[in-house]
Design a binder for this molecule. Structure first.
Ligand SMILES: Cc1ncc(COP(=O)(O)O)c(C=O)c1O
Length: 326
């Protein structure tokens, strides 16, 4: 390849990853190479410690109360599917016959909208709250859509189309008052803007490891507020390296939701990415990105020759994801 590529597809996956991410993956591959929780030899135990460390550092990043409640997934889609299908499955198993209603928004990604649509055929009702022309969803409209039968509110934090940031905190406070779990899709926000699950009233935080957290593809997670795991059914069962004498799924976290061998190579990289971010602070990253967003908007204002840009023109109300139409 001649010349340096200018990569602008960070909303799909971040590139380049920090050098420390690559080094951590090489170190894991050459020095450990073992499956965590599957043996008592040193390398297997060290691999398990690496997973624990990654859960701890993730909790530091978003204010999680319990590292064991960080469930590793394949990507953000996988985490969202676990949260949505797991919630509905639990209600169907434990409260058979009771209606299930989900509130989501028109700004949500297909990884929320498609699982919700698939559930429509199974008696689940879904309300999709609309947005204004900047992609802003009014928190009051989300709150108004909540019914006595609402079992989950699912909202994106930052849009992958317009870059719009939603007022998740306002929705979260109302959900807490009503005892309805709030699922937030942080695919375009975690690592880019500060997220605090407690302050924002988030019960379920779905995130990719391979975008703002700077880990490799094939990583992601779902943080489950302690106590809520009992109201989410596992969507897959299998080996966990724990309670292997039983043929039923363990109930302990995170094994309840983590069947099968981990992407430990990827998680080694993810840990290094999260530590890289924590060292610099998400606030500093956000300040840097707000500056870049401002520069971009100066050169490409909302409307220009032959195009119209989607989303807010205030850097404080958006992330650096841009889309335009002719
Ligand atoms: C808002 C949003 N949610 C969910 C996803 C799905 O993430 P993943 O590719 O990690 O499954 C994306 C991916 O771009 C996204 O932008």
């Amino acid at each position: 390849m001649t010349g340096r590529r200018i990569y602008l597809d960070n909303a799909a996956t971040s590139f380049p990853k920090p050098e420390v991410v690559l080094q951590a993956m090489v170190r894991y591959s050459t020095e450990l190479g073992a499956s965590p929780g599957r043996g008592s030899y040193a390398e297997s135990r060290q691999s398990a410690a690496l997973l624990t460390r990654c859960r701890e550092r993730l909790c530091e990043l978003f204010g999680g109360a319990s590292p064991s409640h960080v469930v590793f997934t394949l990507n953000c889609t996988d985490a969202l599917n676990l949260a949505i299908h797991g919630t509905v499955d639990w209600w169907n198993e434990h409260r058979a016959g009771e209606p299930v209603h989900i509130v989501t928004t028109a700004m949500d990604h297909n990884s929320v909208l498609r699982p919700c649509s698939a559930l429509l055929g199974r008696g689940v009702e879904v309300t999709r709250v609309g947005a204004d022309t900047d992609g802003v969803v009014d928190p009051a409209a989300v709150i108004d859509a909540i019914r006595p039968t609402t079992r989950l509110v699912a909202t994106v934090h930052a849009s992958n189309v317009t870059g719009t940031l939603q007022d998740v905190g306002a929705v979260g406070r109302a959900c807490r008052e009503r005892g309805v779990p709030l699922l937030v899709d942080a695919a375009q926000s975690l690592g880019h803007v500060p997220v605090d699950v407690e302050a924002m009233g988030i019960d379920l935080l779905a995130f990719p490891g391979h975008k703002g957290l700077l880990g490799p593809l094939g990583t992601g997670g779902l943080y489950i507020r302690p106590g809520l795991e009992d109201r989410i059914a596992p969507v897959r069962q299998g080996g966990t390296g724990s309670r292997s004498e039983r043929d039923t799924q363990p109930t302990e976290m995170p094994d309840r939701f983590e069947s099968g061998s981990h992407n430990t190579l990827g998680i080694a990289g993810l840990l290094a990415g999260v530590e890289w971010l924590l060292e610099r602070s998400v606030e500093a990253v956000r300040a840097h990105e707000a500056g870049l967003i401002g520069t971009f908007l100066k050169h490409f204002p909302g409307e220009g020759a032959g195009y119209r840009l989607h989303g807010p023109d205030d850097p404080n109300r958006r992330v650096g994801v841009f889309a335009a139409h002719a």
